[in-house]
Design a binder for this molecule. Sequence first.
Ligand code: FEO
Length: 173
Amino acid sequence: MTLNANVATALNNQINAELNASYIYLSMAAWFDNNGLPGFAQWFRGHSTEETEHGMRIYDFLVRRDAPVELQGIAAPQADYSSAKEVLEAALAHERSVTAQINALFELAQSEREFSTQNMLQWFIEEQTEEEDLFRTVLDQVDAAGDNRWNLLLLDKEMANGLGRDAGSDAEA
Ligand code: FEO
């Protein structure tokens, strides 16, 4: 059955949103690399890769549904932040906005009676719950470290070891 045109457009927009998130997290990784926190940088690099994989899930779905993949431009991400806490706050806010986008997409798939799209999006709905939880956990830890550089360096080692990785891992994907 041909994929509903409105849903196809929205799915292409979501590919762009996921790749945009990938670029934002890569920019955040660069900020941590530039500020002597390689563990956080590694964590954000990994998350950037996950977002590309999210985009590719939708890409593959469009291919399987014989609908055109239409890639769009990606804006330059913010490069400067005042602190690790500001980065994590921005990352959590971004995840929340992605959750809203996924929910709107699911609503559209429902109203257009696009059942296989709803099925595909179930994975994303669960993933967003995990990701918001994961980013909130990291933000809480950064908040607890406060302005103390030594605390932040200790936390950086934890991040290199994969803090919160289980909750947000795509290993089951
Ligand atoms: Fe693909 Fe982190 O949302």
